[in-house]
Design a protein around this ligand. Sequence first.
Ligand SMILES: Nc1nc2c(c(=O)[nH]1)N[C@H]1C(S)=C(S)[C@@H](COP(=O)(O)O)O[C@H]1N2
Ligand SMILES: [Mo]
Length: 324
Amino acid sequence: MLIKRKRGWELPESAATPEAIYLKRRTLIKGLAAGPILLGAPAWLAGAAEAAEADPSAGLYPFPKNDKFTAGPGRKLTPEKIATTYNNFYEFGSHKQISQRAQALKTRPWTVTIDGMVEKPFQIDIDSLIKKMPHEERIYRHRCVEAWSMVVPWSGFPLKALVDLAKPLGSAKYVVMKTFQDPKVAPGQRQTWYPWPYTEGLTMFEARNDLAFLVTGLYGKPVPDQNGAPLRLHTPWKYGFKHGKSLVRFTFTDKRPKTFWEALQSSEYGFWANVNPKVSHPRWSQATEKDIGTGERVPTQIWNGYGEWVADMYANLKGEKLFM
Ligand SMILES: Nc1nc2c(c(=O)[nH]1)N[C@H]1C(S)=C(S)[C@@H](COP(=O)(O)O)O[C@H]1N2
Ligand SMILES: [Mo]
């Protein structure tokens, strides 16, 4: 939880990280006509061209902003550089500095499987999915269970649109979302004590809520690998660990899944994980959070401030640990 490094945004431009340079090369190459110019080009240039070609969705961004969603009182957008270099993605390491390592992820081709209790299981490639889904940009606050937060413009589409595409049976009660599994790419997955692949889930009610959002982009561009390319969840009223990254499978079921953190430590992390400042984590208070953009500590809000959209869903749920 402690941020014990020199903060990236305080560095002069000349000290930009190799990752930033990598991203710049991608942009540079996108602006060049492909082909002859690459003959005899240095290896990094050719590699960057491949990376650029490998993301056919890049030209679709930015998407129109949905003005319903704002940073909120007293909050500011987190600088892009911070949100893209301070990450939780245990597949690439159990610390926050995984952004460069995560570039090993190959996000094309990328196939998403829809199965379980649906009319007819199917697979769809990510670019066909992106083209079918109604995209927009939403500013959402992101509250990690570790008591830090950020405010980010996410691009994507309502999870509800994918649920409709999937045509679940009336008997389905949950949608289970799984991250890719490939220990050759993700060194963390060689640590066999973790219950890979990363698994998360929502009730069908939650999945159809207007706020549940599948993210394909960040800051008006395709979502960077370290933030869960090419497809990750965002349910802003829940702790960040609910937001599975780099998703490959959506399974509809009538059984509540054992989620990744719950399987590891059920006394500390549960299925619901709704944000509540009054319910402490067993090892720390959830009353406040550190905004990683401003460095300020701000009070945490019930449902992370999204109660008007989501609180109803839980009104009749008795005997459930809704806030862990
Ligand atoms: N596959 C996978 N998804 C994951 C995680 C992870 O380790 N692996 N970490 C979660 C946690 S704890 C948080 S806070 C967010 C962090 O997302 P960000 O790096 O885009 O801020 O991703 C979530 N999704
Ligand atoms: Mo988190």
